[in-house]
Write a protein that binds this ligand. Structure first.
Ligand code: 6PG
Length: 244
């Protein structure tokens, strides 16, 4: 049963990141206690930086039980300034005692994004022991929201918004002159908890549309994210919520 989105508004980015960190730590602790291992899918962009920095100082997690993935990646080398892996590595991954085998980044060293997507899908299928047609049940997926309403690398008008089979796909985003590798909507929607982190007045219209306009994922990709049996939480600051 698809739960309605939970909306939590914070006065500023700092309390938003503090609350987001606490919420995702709680989800991971419960999952690790239940299954001995848990999975955290990191978002790209700049908004989650504050949460990653707080998470790096978290002492309650047994990082040997935490596996990190990325919801999307730019098709650039891992040390490139635009790399989502690099941002998370610098703010979180390099600062916690997580075993290298628990870090599942998209292997973007080659220039072939399709191959990187296929390889990443294989990594996910193996980690989650998926058979054909199954999707991963990540414990926590962090997502951002673009000013155009995109999330992960699911952009308005993208054919991936109708994807029902693949877990990971490569996509060219011409207007950003960027090639991306991204989880697909079904890959995200099988998660136990999807958490949007949205901050700043520039996101106010995109957030309003995503939460208040009729469902039209082609126009409003964030509306494609509706966990089939998980929590959907929008953690936003007052500026982003100013049009709600
Ligand atoms: C990316 C992200 C993307 C991001 C939004 C918001 O690779 O850029 O996955 O979906 O979350 O663009 O980005 P900001 O947090 O930087 O505003």
């Amino acid at each position: 049963m698809t739960a309605d989105p939970e909306l939590i508004v914070f006065e500023g980015t700092e309390p938003l990141c503090r609350a987001a960190t606490e919420a995702l730590v709680q989800q991971l602790l419960v999952a690790a206690a239940a299954r001995g291992v848990c999975s955290l899918v990191l978002s790209g962009g700049m908004t989650p930086r504050g949460a990653y920095t707080l998470l790096a100082a978290e002492t309650r997690l047994d990082w040997a039980r935490v596996h990190v993935f990325w919801g999307d990646e730019r098709n650039v080398p891992p040390d490139h300034p635009d790399s989502n892996f690099r941002m998370a590595y610098e703010t979180l991954v390099s600062k916690v005692p997580i075993p290298p085998g628990n870090i599942h980044r998209v292997l973007t060293e080659g220039s072939n994004a399709e191959r990187a997507a296929t390889q990443y899908e294989d990594v996910i299928r193996t980690f989650f022991s998926l058979t054909a047609g199954e999707f991963p049940r990540s414990d926590v997926v962090l997502l951002g929201l673009g000013t155009d309403g995109h999330t992960a690398s699911l952009f308005p008008g993208s054919p991936l918004l109708n994807e029902q089979r693949r877990i990971v796909a490569a996509v060219r985003v011409d207007r950003l002159n960027s090639t991306r590798i991204t989880l697909t909507p079904p890959a995200i929607n099988h998660s136990a908890c999807v958490m949007f982190l949205v901050s700043g007045g520039t996101k106010a219209e995109a957030l309003r549309a995503a939460l208040r306009e009729p469902s039209d994922p082609q126009q409003r990709p964030a509306q494609a994210i509706r966990p089939t049996s998980g929590r959907l939480i929008f953690m936003v600051d007052a500026e982003a919520a100013s049009l709600l």
